[in-house]
Design a protein around this ligand. Sequence first.
Ligand code: ADP
Ligand code: CDP
Length: 215
Amino acid sequence: GGLVVAMDGPSGSGKSSVSRGVARALGLRYLDTGAMYRAMTWWMLQQGLDLADPAALAARCGEPAITSGTDPDAPTIHVDGSDVAGPIRSTEVTAAVSAVAAVPEVRARLVAMQREIIGAGDIVVEGRDIGTVVAPDATAKIYLTASAEARAQRRSAELAGTTVEAQQAAMARRDTLDSTRKTDPLSMADGAVELDTTSLTLDEVIDAVLGVVKE
Ligand code: ADP
Ligand code: CDP
């Protein structure tokens, strides 16, 4: 018991697929913290809040009940009892999430919820600040990277109706916002192992992570 694997990195580096594969291989739970920021963002848009007004977001971020299911074969995300797995992946939410995630009160609430879910461990947790802030004492910390081109190629292969160029531009904008925000920006944690996945297959990355965890 007690195993915690922290998986951080930019968008499209492979965090979700690798984390789920590792959790499955080791019989661990899986937590997608990005889905929680997306769920908060979906709720704020739904409420008609002005996302350019951080004080308004800070004042309201305690209201929605956000629940995450941690089965790596069937992760779930609900807001006030509604399944929002589909809507949180919309272009609108994706474009807005970094602004919501930059609000310190939003982060404080979600980080507290994440630590509660992590509890005694046996979990793979993916996000942007897991090794640095959420679980600095994790058993293993992984920082996934891949070239901007590879990340955009992967994401546009998943989504209908977008070009690789448009995807790369949207990702670059979000990477900049996520790594330059004042509170807990995306960065590699002390003691993290960096894995460049540009020319690796998914299975090769999962094997490499399993190797790090067994060390
Ligand atoms: P993230 O969670 O970091 O945004 P995902 O795990 O969602 O990344 O990966 C984005 C897409 O790229 C998925 O379709 C996934 O199957 C694919 N992918 C992930 N890692 C690799 C890899 N090493 N090689 C090829 N495709 C990959
Ligand atoms: O879909 P993608 O992998 O690109 O991103 P995600 O993991 O779903 O995260 C969406 C957004 O949530 C990120 O761009 C960050 O702005 C924010 N996020 C964060 O700030 N901290 C985390 N631990 C996870 C996500």
